[in-house]
Design a protein around this ligand. Structure first.
Ligand code: 3IO
Length: 339
């Protein structure tokens, strides 16, 4: 009799705890805001949705990621400081928009022949890991990636350096330096401002990776592509430092384990999507692709020689090992291409 009543007492206690206070049994769900500057169909936002999905799955729903594409939470120029200040927990930055701020990582946007986005993304991450640049001291880096090499998209055909002379083309950062060296009239602005600038005729084309021909419908306006495959744009995804510090250990582990995987995934997605975009632009919008002969390519490349030299000089003036950084990028490209 005594045994039975004890049994029922325990049973009643369990029922009481689990039945009346469910909130204390289940851990509170963490919710994080992720800001992005360009429109949802573009690759920085595609990779954001993929990361969100994977994080939510791999943390068994302990974390919810709320995504804000199209500059609805933070725009391109405010992204880095907005995340540092906590206006968003996570943000995606294009380092080309603040070239002086991200000197080390922007060395990947020198004309050093990064062949594709996958190789470039892994090289950028390796470089970041080696140098741990001060620019990222106030944030946690969740991943880094680069675009495919930039090419010219224009309203009028560009086949010669003389076609570029004084032509208003939009680019930022390292890519902007290259347009200048070729004699174009380089106009700086983030990608998110470019559709309107093209539409209004403020610029006559742009210099970036070709997936935007499809994702931002530039093929409707730019009927010509000139293949130069010269330089990439580097990106980073960053988290507010104190938000990171306060995450549970198992969530940190999941996020850390995705840093390199996400870089490779995004690079691969970008490379594939550029091919799709070129095919789509030709078929749907009769876009013409102009290729430079090897002689012409050599002539164009010769104009770029001083860019890397000047960057090294500026970096060393800032107390950075410029020469070594450039050497490292070249070595890493060979190493990562071989894989
Ligand atoms: C880019 C930025 C936002 C959305 C799609 C994009 N494709 C290539 C870039 C690189 C870049 O930031 C730029 O300004 O060309």
């Amino acid at each position: 009799m005594k045994k039975i009543s004890l049994f029922f007492c325990v049973l009643a206690a369990v029922a009481l705890v689990s039945g009346t206070t469910p909130g204390t049994v289940q851990a509170k769900k963490l919710s994080l805001n992720y800001a992005n500057f360009p429109p949802a169909p573009t690759f920085p936002c595609v990779q954001m949705e993929r990361w969100k999905e994977q994080i939510e799955k791999r943390t068994d729903g302990a974390v919810a990621i709320n995504t804000f594409p199209g500059g609805t939470l933070l725009d391109a120029k405010d992204m880095m400081d907005g995340v540092i200040n906590g206006q968003a927990d996570i943000g995606c930055i294009c380092m080309a928009y603040q070239p002086g701020r991200f000197t080390v990582t922007n060395a990947t946007s020198l004309p050093l022949d990064i062949p594709d986005a996958k190789t470039g993304s892994l090289v950028l991450l390796d470089l970041y890991n080696k140098y741990q640049p001060k620019a990222f001291d106030k944030v946690k880096v969740l991943t880094m990636f680069v675009t495919a090499p930039a090419n010219i998209m224009s309203k009028a055909p560009v086949a010669e350096l003389s076609d570029l002379k004084g032509l208003d083309l939009r680019a930022s950062g390292g890519a902007a330096q290259i347009l200048k060296a070729w004699g174009a009239n380089q106009v700086g602005m983030p990608m998110s401002d470019t559709p309107e600038a093209l539409q209004k005729g403020v610029v006559k084309g742009l210099f970036s990776s070709l997936e935007v021909m499809k994702d931002l419908k530039f093929a409707e306006i730019c009927k010509y592509i000139t293949i130069t495959d010269t330089v990439i744009y580097p990106f980073a995804v960053i988290m507010n430092k104190s938000v990171w510090d306060n995450l549970p250990g198992h969530v940190k582990q999941v996020m850390d384990s995705m840093i390199e995987e996400q870089a490779a995934w995004t690079g691969e997605y970008m490379d594939q999507h550029v091919s799709d975009s070129i095919a789509w632009s030709k078929k749907e919008h009769q876009v013409e692709v102009i290729r430079l002969s090897p002689e012409k390519k050599a002539e164009w490349n010769a104009k770029l020689a001083p860019i890397t030299e000047n960057w090294i000089k500026t970096a060393e003036e800032k107390g950075l090992p410029g020469e070594q950084i450039v050497k490292d990028i070249k070595t890493l490209v060979v190493k990562r291409t071989a894989k």
